[in-house]
Design a protein around this ligand. Sequence first.
Ligand code: ADP
Ligand code: MG
Length: 233
Amino acid sequence: MLIECKDLVKSYKLEDRELQAVDHVSFSVAEGDFVAILGHSGSGKTTLLSMIGGLAHPDSGSVSINSIDTWRQSEIKRAEMRNQLIGFIFQFGSLIPTLTSIENVLLPLSFADSGSDPAAKIPFARELLDQVGLADKENSFPSQLSGGQQRRVAIARAFINRPSIILADEPTGDLDEDTEGEILEIFRRYNTENQTTFLVVTHNSKLVLTQDNPRTFLMKDGQFSEARIKGSI
Ligand code: ADP
Ligand code: MG
């Protein structure tokens, strides 16, 4: 298994009580899976993805990636795994406003293995911009792009290190339905062509249902369950 979560728990201490944001979640994801995670706001989706991505420490339980228990590694090793294996796409994809599209896409290379020369990756960055439909926008600044186009730059940026895993937290949250559909389509294509594993949090169950057979999980009050939607509609 590429990703194995076992009995993950995380609570937040509030003034008067403790809130269990993620409540004993176990599941595993094979390489090349496309996983959709549905759930209302506050159900624990971001907290769960943060623990899988090595950004938020679980109270208990474990996350293994390629059989390495990530929360038993040193902070340095965990950061290294994150850089090499995982691409993040957040709801409000934060591009650097003073960099062009292609410069934004190349940016993660300056944090990854210092041996690599970002200039050598320009052709690959162009190819990624082409794949997300922005071949003619490589020299545009974020302010010159629509919300959907900015999101696509953030997607190309998440692919630049050729991660094995993409964690996308409501990547289409504030977009109209057509643009959202196009972005999920980009994900599906990339998933099929590269065997990249996707975990995508989305509110839009309709779009998930019209996608071609993703694994779908529901999150409710910190609890996680696999939904057997295919065949029931
Ligand atoms: P979702 O992404 O599904 O909206 P979250 O994982 O963001 O859910 O949040 C789950 C629950 O944990 C919510 O009730 C939220 O208010 C609470 N929560 C999230 N982050 C914090 C935090 N840093 N401190 C306190 N409570 C938090
Ligand atoms: Mg969230």
